[in-house]
Write a protein that binds this ligand. Structure first.
Ligand code: UD1
Ligand code: MG
Length: 459
């Protein structure tokens, strides 16, 4: 049976007080809408439609490549009007699952269950019981307020004081038989408190036609919370992070504090991994067994092998760190930094697009860019690879066991011979031979009898 998924995302999101469309605001590093799209991706064979309006171009370019198609709603005259725009595109029959682009944490299982509850025959509503139902559409039932038959939904602004006492609310998500949905939305009117076409009015229509209406309760409040303001976005972010942190703790990862942990992507961790407070992980990060991450590190798209230690305040992006390596504190590993086993990178050292072989060390205040560094090289404090001539980048090759003194400039392209030593303060612009000492700096001279200038006597 055909399954169409409609994600409503045309609304303005006034309370975000932002120039950007609400559904593109980020939760855990991804747009709200992307969360909804990935929740539905696993549903059986389906087509997805996103209703766009406010910020349509931006939203449409954000979904390009997701397989979802966009349908514009201009102007935005309510949720029923949004569905009126999309029904001409839907399958003739089957189920239409309607979700909101600003309710990001809907679980795949819940969306699937809602579509199944419809089964192309029933109108299935996702509802939840809230302590404070202010602002929500209330579920009207016959008799018993929880157990009776569903009769309709009344919007908060249209509800009587007695109806406002009802705590079972519509979450904004439903699944409807597609053919009936098409008929119902065509019959909507905007004769209500907000002058909008309410999708929720179709519930009473279904009841009048004798179409069964089923209300499925959402188990978890977090799944159905919408984002309308920065405060709600921040609240949902913390709930999401808490959930991820708990999953990692349950898997054995020792987070110092689950409330001070942020994962904006995926984190695969081995056994006995420890992560101190305030770390942010982005993209895809892999941590081997016994890895320790110090406080306040930002780590994006990185692979850190077993036993490595990342000391506090380090920033890693697109880097690989070998087994047993030590990094930081205050280290910066940029894309293409590949550290071999037992490499040491100390404070205020920046590494970009460079490989360091086993046991190489750069412990203080240094830059390595576009370099190949051999095993056991010792790279002194204050030394840099001058890899950029203003137009092109060039490589520096440092042979195994070379020793680069402090404050050297290695002007690329250049090769430092294996086992050689470069004296501190040297500016190296030609290849150096292996095994020798190379010094390239002004010779030290001392001038005997030199007099310091004295201040001229005045008046
Ligand atoms: C809606 C429901 C309400 C429910 C609540 C749950 C209606 C009439 N009311 O109210 O019963 O309790 O959600 O959060 O449906 N949108 C469009 N085009 C429009 C208007 C809205 O695409 O013209 C989109 C919005 O971007 C949003 C969703 O539809 O994603 C819901 O719209 P919103 O204005 O937030 O509806 P509520 O008043 O919250
Ligand atoms: Mg809303």
């Amino acid at each position: 049976m055909a399954l169409d998924i409609v994600i409503m995302a045309a609304g303005k999101g006034t309370r975000m007080k932002s120039r950007h469309p609400k559904v593109l605001h980020r939760l855990a590093g991804r747009p709200l809408l992307a969360h909804v799209l990935s929740a539905t991706a696993s549903l059986p064979d389906h087509r997805t439609w996103v209703v766009t309006g406010h910020g349509a171009e931006a939203v449409e370019s954000a979904i390009a490549g997701s397989g979802a198609q966009s349908v514009r709603q201009m102007p935005q005259l309510g949720t029923g009007h949004a569905i009126q725009q999309v029904v001409p595109h839907l399958a003739d029959a089957g189920t239409t699952l309607i979700l909101n682009g600003d309710v990001p944490l809907i679980a795949a299982a819940t969306a699937h269950a809602l579509a199944q509850a419809c089964g192309g025959e029933r109108l299935a509503l996702l509802t939840i019981v809230l302590d404070d139902a202010t602002g929500y559409g209330r579920i009207l039932r016959s008799g018993d307020p929880m157990g009776g038959r569903v009769l309709g939904i009344v919007e908060h602004k249209d509800a009587t004081p007695a109806q406002r006492e009802i705590r079972e609310v519509y979450t904004g998500m439903m699944a409807a038989p597609t053919a009936a949905l098409r008929r119902w939305v065509a019959a909507l009117s905007n004769d209500n408190a907000q002058g909008e076409y309410y999708l929720t009015d179709i519930v009473a229509m279904a009841v009048a036609e004798g179409v069964p209406v089923v209300a499925t309760h959402a188990a978890d409040e977090t799944e159905v919370l919408g984002v309308n303001s920065p405060l709600q976005l921040a609240d949902l972010e913390r709930r999401f992070q808490r959930r991820q942190a708990e999953a990692l703790l349950e898997a054995g990862v020792r987070l110092a504090d689950p409330a001070r942990f942020d994962l904006r992507g995926t984190l695969a961790a081995g056994q006995d991994v420890e992560i101190d407070v305030g770390c942010v992980f982005e993209g895809d990060v892999t941590l081997g067994d016994d890895v320790r991450i110090g406080a306040h590190c930002v780590i994006r798209d990185a692979r850190i092998a077993a036993g490595a230690v990342i000391h506090p305040f380090s920033h890693l992006d697109g880097a690989t760190v070998g087994a047993g390596a030590l990094v930081g504190p205050f280290a910066r590993l940029r894309p293409g930094a590949e550290l071999g086993p037992e490499v040491h990178i100390g404070n205020f050292v920046e590494v970009k697009n460079s490989t360091l072989a086993r046991g190489a060390k750069a412990n203080h205040l240094a830059y390595l860019g576009d370099a190949s560094v051999g095993e056991r090289v010792n790279y002194g404090a204050g030394s840099i690879t001058a890899n950029y001539d203003g137009a092109n980048k060039h490589r520096t090759v440092i042979g195994a066991d070379a020793h680069i003194g402090s404050n050297c400039v290695l002007i690329a392209p250049v090769t430092i011979g294996a086992g050689g030593t470069v004296g501190g303060g040297s500016t190296i612009s030609q290849d150096t031979p292996p095994g020798q000492l190379t010094v390239a700096r002004g010779r030290q001279v001392s001038i005997a009898g030199w007099q310091r200038p004295v201040k001229a006597a005045t008046g």
